[in-house]
Ligand binder design. Structure first.
Ligand SMILES: CC(C)(COP(=O)(O)OP(=O)(O)OC[C@H]1O[C@@H](n2cnc3c(N)ncnc32)[C@H](O)[C@@H]1OP(=O)(O)O)[C@@H](O)C(=O)NCCC(=O)NCCS
Length: 191
């Protein structure tokens, strides 16, 4: 199992507002991140159980009182290349969040991320996104796409605070964010 050594952030990488700051609940907790292996359904189940109905709605884009068998199998089918997932664990080992990338093309991956409600607003989402983006980069992906509900300000701010967003498209109530995983190649280097 790959343990990802990723330091806790010390300074925010985006302009903070009074509202965003007020989300923090005390000092940053210590969570451990590691890459999920194939078939770790217990981790999926624990994180799903810790999501409120509203968080499930935001994550799955609809009321999701339970994970169907098909969805559970799909989410557990990580392979470390075309489907990567990083999970966060509380000091007592309880799973508290997962960020995953699923390949949608040679260079493009789609993001899904969730943090259990009790741990939201403590920097776990930022650490998960940074870690999974780093894994995606290492696998050669250059673009990350996230389809998010327009009302989901939290994930929109999160993505933009971690990665350079290069396109935003809105179709109905879904906003598609495209972010760069690699810096653009300087023109001088390709001339
Ligand atoms: C979106 C989500 C993953 C964020 O995780 P989190 O651990 O709460 O996020 P963090 O504490 O790491 O926040 C990192 C930054 O994101 C932004 N952010 C996160 N949630 C926010 C919110 N509700 N409002 C405004 N900004 C928010 C802030 O910039 C924050 O930094 P700051 O607190 O230093 O200002 C989490 O709220 C969640 O799981 N939501 C339900 C599922 C979901 O919406 N998934 C995304 C769809 S795929």
């Amino acid at each position: 199992m790959t343990v990802i050594d990723f330091p806790a952030p010390t300074t925010p990488t985006h302009p903070t507002s009074a509202t965003a700051r007020s989300r923090h609940r005390g000092s940053p907790p210590t969570v451990t991140l590691r890459e999920l292996g194939h078939g770790e359904t217990a981790v999926l189940d624990a994180v799903f159980a810790g999501l409120s109905a509203h968080s499930r709605y935001l994550r799955f884009h609809g009321a999701t009182p339970r994970m169907t068998g098909a969805v559970r199998r799909k989410l557990a089918a990580v392979d470390g290349r075309r489907h990567l997932a990083v999970a966060a664990f509380a000091p007592d080992g309880t799973p508290v969040g997962i960020a995953r990338l699923m390949s949608t093309g040679l260079r493009e991956v789609e993001l899904a991320i969730e943090v259990v409600d009790a741990w939201q607003g403590r920097g776990v989402g930022r650490r998960l996104l940074t870690a999974v983006a780093s894994r995606g980069r290492a696998q050669g992906y250059s673009r990350l796409v996230a389809d998010v509900l327009a009302e989901n300000v939290g994930v929109r701010v999160l993505v933009a605070s971690v990665l350079p967003v290069i396109a935003v498209e809105t179709a109905g109530h879904v906003v598609t964010l495209t972010a760069a995983l690699r810096p653009a190649t300087p023109l001088a280097a390709v001339a």
